[in-house]
Design a protein around this ligand. Structure first.
Ligand code: DC
Length: 249
């Protein structure tokens, strides 16, 4: 079925994203940054330590890409991609992600899925729907959310925002290890090229680009142990959330 809802000019999408922002009753910690900066691992650990829920927003864009490929949709056809996202169902069940009734947790982690996700993530209708779902998910519980636009666009009023970075080579090395741990192959050269390509696409899109929010704390994870990074995030979050909660009272 074709999807012929007229494409909105970018200005209108921005207005819609802003209108969706409401004052929140729950606490949100946002962690953004480029591919391979270690966001998912530390975000999950931070959520565990604080007793918060964890939202992996990259997995949502990966699920959209999976649904498009599953339907045989051309990823560069904005109309068809928009039509796919209009009918999508995405659910998190613990650490698993279910898309249109199918557990896609493993499938969405391949190098091809990473590439496809960064293409569909630039489609305005995809971003609008993912942002809506992310805000809806985080409405009733405290969350650590992780992605590219969480502090800048999705939860601009969050009292605690981090932007994780790391050396390009270290990020590529981490991705390579991750792929190998899943039994997938790849060379350091390929992974480096894929990361550069993906970062470029994530940074240059018009809506929800990868960007550090003005009030986010930048954390360079190069050469640091995961525990060391999580310790720092936990200490900082505890301080910040107490301050922002008392400001609200
Ligand atoms: O974090 P990740 O590698 O799983 O993300 C996959 C892709 O999804 C990434 O190339 C950019 C996109 N993404 C996004 O555009 N916005 C987010 N909040 C999270 C991910």
């Amino acid at each position: 079925m074709r999807y012929d809802r007229p494409r909105l000019p970018f200005g209108d999408v921005r207005v819609q994203l802003a209108v969706q922002t409401k004052k929140r009753k729950t606490m949100i910690i946002t962690i953004d940054g480029p591919a391979g900066a270690g966001k998912s691992t530390v975000a999950r650990m931070l959520a565990d330590r604080l007793g918060f829920e964890f939202l992996d927003t990259g997995a949502m864009y990966r699920a959209v890409a999976w649904a498009c490929v599953d339907r045989g949709v051309d990823l560069n056809d904005v109309n068809d991609v928009s039509g796919t996202v209009a009918e999508i169902s995405i659910q998190f069940e613990g650490n698993r992600i279910v898309c249109n009734g199918r557990d896609v947790t493993t499938e969405i982690r391949s190098a091809e899925a990473s590439h496809a996700a960064s293409i569909v993530a630039a489609v305005p209708a995809v971003r609008l729907e993912m942002v809506r779902l992310q805000r809806e998910s985080a409405a009733d519980n405290d969350y650590v959310t992780e992605g590219r636009d969480q502090g800048s666009e999705v939860f601009p009023n969050s009292g605690c925002k981090f932007f994780l970075t790391a050396d390009l080579k270290e990020r590529a090395g981490r991705r390579l290890l991750e792929l190998q741990s899943r039994g997938q192959s790849g060379s350091m050269e390929d992974v480096l090229a894929q990361i550069i390509d993906r970062d470029e696409r994530d940074r240059s899109r018009d809506i929800g680009p990868l960007v550090k929010a003005d009030d986010a704390i930048e954390v360079d994870t190069s050469g640091k142990a995961i525990e060391q990074v999580v310790d720092y995030l936990e200490r900082t979050s505890r301080k910040r959330l107490v301050i922002s909660t008392s400001k609200l009272a």
